[in-house]
Write a protein that binds this ligand. Structure first.
Ligand code: FRU
Length: 474
């Protein structure tokens, strides 16, 4: 069951990615981790590092829970100017700002720990929690350097109030309240894991706007937990979102994309995010062992002007892919299912496809096809929607809501082809349409022998323009 190019821990439970940062040649991925079991609990920070964002080496637990403190989500910065005094300018400290969940009182406050050995060992600050307001729902601090003002900014959730609160600090220890954003957009579920960062518009890094992403525990389009984003401006104090409909949009229309936060200090100046690839509705029930939970592929976030609006575009980063092993050129796809040859069979791969729906009412691909199993990635012309149907994808019976169809609005103009990039792995399907403007991320649990690929059209003839398959890993 283990994925080939998505991070999973050797054993035990994981949820949110934490403390994403690049430092001294390594990408660090910390994560919510239960060192003692494959269910949520004993929350600690697990740790993994990567040189290429694709292969990860798991390291010992970085921040362990204690009898009174659960270590909830948060972030890591590299304090290059030694503003905190916790390192030196020769050996800057990596400073983690995380939520201490007090197991006795239920209070949540923001705490600091630091490392001067590349994140291998951590010391908790004696003044913890450094930021405490007497709340039981005050969590997930994302700290980053605000170059425009020369200070640290923290975005943190007042979860039950549907508010993202912004603070500033000169030393990572004393924090001053700047402003509040929200309630806004979806308030169907509590708010968690905010992140506020600048992004390029239309590929022009001189033209940036600010994006606020917020995870929402219920009421996402595919059911359960999901993420929304707001496009706007940040003046150093206040984040102001563009008026609707330019704001409060869903990041991903699949069921399994939550708690994504961005890397600090990417050496290539990309805005890269990793999400927990699961859903609070059924995360505790997914049928994998001896681990439970996996991360999404890292994705770059940018804005693109689309029909007069600035919308999010996500592109997956998978390094070191070989050249495509199979390519097909244009062909008609009459009504029916068109299996690809056996030599195309694959359980982890990157597929690209360009299709014109033509007269078909639905068309697309079937992946992870086996006896009685397949996952459908399709376009529905009448609904003008992209969809992933995982009702027959494999093991779905572990939770009543898992076997479902997830759709995303995707209107194609007359003659505009459907452009897809599909990443399939042992237990997931990530679909990027129109260059990453519309994304669906879903877990699937097929049999390992369900490795076929097919094309299909329904109700008419579609035209395949091109298809490539690049095998990943084994
Ligand atoms: C989000 C979340 C965070 C919290 C963490 C606890 O999935 O609920 O708000 O810090 O998980 O594991």
């Amino acid at each position: 069951m283990r994925p080939t190019f998505h991070f999973t821990p050797a054993r035990n439970w994981i949820n949110d990615p934490n403390g994403l940062v690049w430092y001294d040649g390594e990408y660090h991925l910390f994560f919510q981790y239960n060192p003692l079991g494959d269910d949520w609990g004993n929350m600690s920070w697990g740790h993994a590092v990567s040189h290429d964002l694709t292969t990860w080496e798991e390291l010992p637990v970085a921040l362990e829970h204690t009898p009174t403190e659960a270590v909830f989500s948060g972030s890591v910065v590299v304090d290059r100017a030694n503003t905190s005094g916790l390192g030196t300018s020769e050996t800057p400290a990596m400073v983690a700002v995380y939520t201490s969940h007090d197991l006795l009182t239920g209070h949540q406050g923001q705490s600091v720990a630091w490392s001067t050995d590349n994140g291998r060992t951590w010391t908790r600050h004696p003044k913890n929690p450094v930021l405490e307001i007497g709340s039981t729902d005050f969590r997930d601090p994302k700290v980053s350097w605000y170059a425009g003002g020369g200070y640290w900014v923290m975005a943190v959730a007042l979860s039950t109030e549907h508010v993202v609160r912004l603070y500033r600090s000169d030393d990572l220890l004393a924090w001053t309240h700047l402003s509040d954003f929200g309630p806004a957009g979806s308030t169907a579920g509590i708010w968690e894991c905010p992140d506020l960062f600048p992004v390029a518009v239309d590929g022009d890094t001189d033209r940036t706007r600010w994006l606020l992403v917020v995870s929402v525990q219920e009421g996402a389009p595919a059911g359960g937990s999901g993420m929304q984003y707001f496009v706007g401006d940040f003046d150093g104090t206040t984040f102001t979102a563009d008026p609707a409909p330019g704001s409060g949009t869903w990041v991903d229309y699949g069921a399994d994309y939550y708690a994504a936060v961005s890397f600090n200090d990417d050496p290539h100046a990309r805005r890269l995010l990793i999400a927990w690839m699961s859903n609070w509705d059924y995360a505790k029930d997914v049928p994998t062992r001896p681990y439970r939970g996996s991360m999404s592929a890292p994705r770059t976030y940018e804005l693109r002007t689309h029909r007069g609006r600035q919308v999010l575009v996500q592109r997956p980063v998978v390094e070191g892919l070989p050249a495509p092993v199979h390519t097909v050129t244009a062909r008609d796809l009459p009504d029916g299912v068109h299996p690809l040859p056996d030599s195309w069979r694959v359980t982890s791969a990157v597929l690209t496809a360009e299709l014109d729906p033509g007269t078909a009412s639905r068309c697309g691909l079937l992946v992870r096809v086996g006896t009685g199993e397949c996952t459908v990635v399709g376009y529905d012309a009448a609904k003008r929607a992209l969809y992933v149907d995982r009702t027959s994808s494999g093991d779905t019976c572990f939770h009543p809501d898992f076997g479902a169809v997830h759709s995303a609005p995707l209107g194609l103009d007359e003659g505009e082809p459907l452009v897809l990039e599909i990443h399939i792995d042992t237990t997931s399907v990530e679909v990027y349409a129109d260059g990453g403007r519309v994304v669906i991320t879903d877990q699937v649990f097929p049999s390992p022998t369900s490795d076929g690929i097919a094309l299909f059209a329904e109700g008419g003839t579609a035209n395949l323009h091109s298809l490539t398959v690049t095998r990943v890993g084994r």
